[in-house]
Design a binder for this molecule. Structure first.
Ligand code: SF4
Length: 283
């Protein structure tokens, strides 16, 4: 993968519409310190919607495909500090990190850009929410920092517990993510698991999710979650290799009902993602 570094002009992007605002507790901003994603050539890159968004098309060079290049905003932490310092309504800020890249992709171990952003957040104790959304077990390196932020939630994507799907995650990666969630919960961090998009799963999946102790579990589907009733997914490389009917929402609905009997923090699709109560509404 090629790495390009830029000096960005802004790091917090206001959210006015779209999936981050689809629920009763919408996000006000997103934070992505890169354009592109190191996981882009892995299984999830085959159905990722980020390469269909304008910012990728404007940032990439001709011939560059999703997963070929990572364009890093090297001044992300400094910009974040500036933007938080001058924010007029910091108490109302609800930040989603990150919708178009992964804050704990492997290169984070070298760059520590997410860590530097967390160190900036640590200087401000009055935000409403920071959701750190990842598939990367590398997040376990930063649990101490996350635990110290009174408004932080960890969002961990776990689409399935099966490691034998040709279009799904490796078994070892699933296990490491489940373990990272358990470690986070043990540290007192609020965790929202995102089964997004829900892939075929084993009979034990619901039990394994419940065992983690996560406060919330959001289930999403390709047909609902891609924001176009499946049109985006149908154009993705995933649709060509999937050996089951990915438009069939009943697979996800069944998991939802299995979990909902035992857990009062189970939520559905966009309304679920944008449904984390603000910290002032929790007390
Ligand atoms: S981790 Fe997220 S942003 Fe990165 S390729 Fe996978 S789905 Fe896309």
């Amino acid at each position: 993968m090629r790495i390009r570094t830029i000096q960005a002009k802004s790091i917090l992007t206001p959210q006015k519409r779209g999936f981050l605002t689809a629920g009763e507790q919408p996000y006000t901003h997103s934070l992505s310190w890169a354009t592109g994603c190191q996981f882009g050539k892995l299984y999830c890159g085959a159905y990722c919607y980020a390469p269909m968004l304008p910012n990728w098309h404007f940032a990439r060079r001709e011939g560059e495909a999703w997963g070929d290049v990572l364009i890093i905003k090297a001044n992300a932490a400094e910009l974040l500090d500036e933007q938080l310092a001058r924010a007029r309504n910091r108490r109302g800020m609800r930040i989603f990190m990150s919708p178009v890249t992964d804050p704990y992709q492997p290169i984070e171990r070298k760059l520590r850009l997410t860590r530097r952003c967390l160190e900036v957040f640590a200087r401000y104790d009055d935000l409403d929410l920071l959701l750190i959304q990842t598939r990367g077990p590398v997040v376990a390196d930063d649990l101490e920092l996350i635990a110290a932020l009174p408004y932080a939630w960890l969002g961990m994507t776990i689409e399935t517990d099966r490691g034998d799907l040709p279009y799904g995650p490796a078994r070892s990666h699933v296990e490491r993510r489940l373990e990272a969630v358990k470690l986070a919960v043990a540290r007192g961090i609020n965790v929202q698991i995102a089964v997004s998009p829900c892939l075929p799963y084993s009979d034990l999946f619901a039990e394994r999710l419940l065992e983690t102790g996560a406060q919330r579990i959001v289930i999403d589907t390709f047909a609902i979650g891609d924001g176009s009733r499946g049109r985006r997914t149908a154009q993705s490389p995933f649709a060509a290799v999937a050996d089951y009917d990915w438009r069939d929402d009943s697979i996800a609905e069944s998991l939802y009902h299995q979990l909902d009997i035992h857990h009062d923090g189970v939520a559905w699709s966009g309304a679920g993602f944008a449904g984390i109560p603000g910290r002032r509404r929790l007390v």
